[in-house]
Design a protein around this ligand. Structure first.
Ligand code: HEM
Length: 213
């Protein structure tokens, strides 16, 4: 059995179960009435931090693949991105339904007036086209190049999400700084890889041009 088949058959189902565990934790604690003194805040914070963790995990897949040379890792990029969207949707819906009683006017007022909500809303809205076009059918329809360009929005989502967390936490910014550093490092690795690729192509380009000059 190839490593891709092993990952597909055994590791992927485990990752799925693990990724649903935070939602299971919420359901379990809600059932036992054990969500603390402010259950809405507990649900919002829990779903928010898990959304951010899955965004970071999604961003980490390609750099990890380059560094380890273990290509089956790419099998996790789409599911992890969709789990980020799943927790992001739960997070937004908690805020929309339980904080704002389904009144979009109130949400919009917050989006306009409170910078940390502006950043969170931006991060979430940008995830919608990414989730909708995550299928192979959409890769075919858009073409690989356009699809890749569109999916670079995940970088903006990562930055906006860490900014949202940083601005939301007013006192102890230790954790937001950890997440922001993680996202910055992952984006820097991608920029470094893109620059290395451009450098590798450049001499060939010059060589082609030189004889004509
Ligand atoms: C990619 C999208 C998003 C991510 C990754 C995210 C992440 C987070 C994180 C990490 C926290 C703080 C958790 C903690 O302190 O332990 C948080 C809190 C919060 N987020 Fe988001 N968020 C996102 C989108 C949104 C959106 C769209 C809204 C509403 C429009 C929103 C509203 C809130 C609110 C109100 C809190 C504070 C909850 C409280 O303390 O009661 N977030 N979010």
């Amino acid at each position: 059995m190839s490593s891709t088949q092993i990952v597909r058959r055994f590791v992927k189902p485990l990752v799925f179960v693990g990724a649903l565990a935070p939602a299971g934790w919420l359901v379990y604690n809600a059932f036992w009435g054990d969500l603390g003194v402010n259950p809405v805040e507990t649900i919002t914070n829990h779903t928010g931090i898990w959304c951010l963790r899955f965004i970071v995990a999604t961003l980490a897949i390609s750099p990890l693949r380059w560094l380890t040379g273990f290509n089956p890792l790419s099998l996790f990029r789409r599911p992890l991105g969709l789990f980020a969207f799943f927790y992001g949707t739960l997070h937004f819906m908690t805020y929309f339904v339980l904080d704002h009683s389904l009144m979009f006017d109130g949400v919009w007022e917050d989006v306009v007036k409170r910078p940390y909500i502006t950043a969170g809303f931006t991060a979430f809205v940008l995830m919608i086209p990414l989730a909708l076009t995550s299928t192979t059918g959409w890769i075919r329809r858009l073409g690989g190049r356009n699809w890749n360009l569109l999916h670079r929005l995940v970088y903006v989502t990562g930055l906006a999400a860490t900014l949202h967390y940083f601005w939301k936490v007013k006192l102890d910014t230790t954790y937001p700084i950890y997440y922001a550093s993680g996202v910055a490092l992952l984006l820097a690795l991608r920029a470094w890889k893109a620059a290395a690729k451009a450098r590798a192509v450049a001499p060939a380009g010059r060589a082609r041009v030189a004889p004509q000059a």
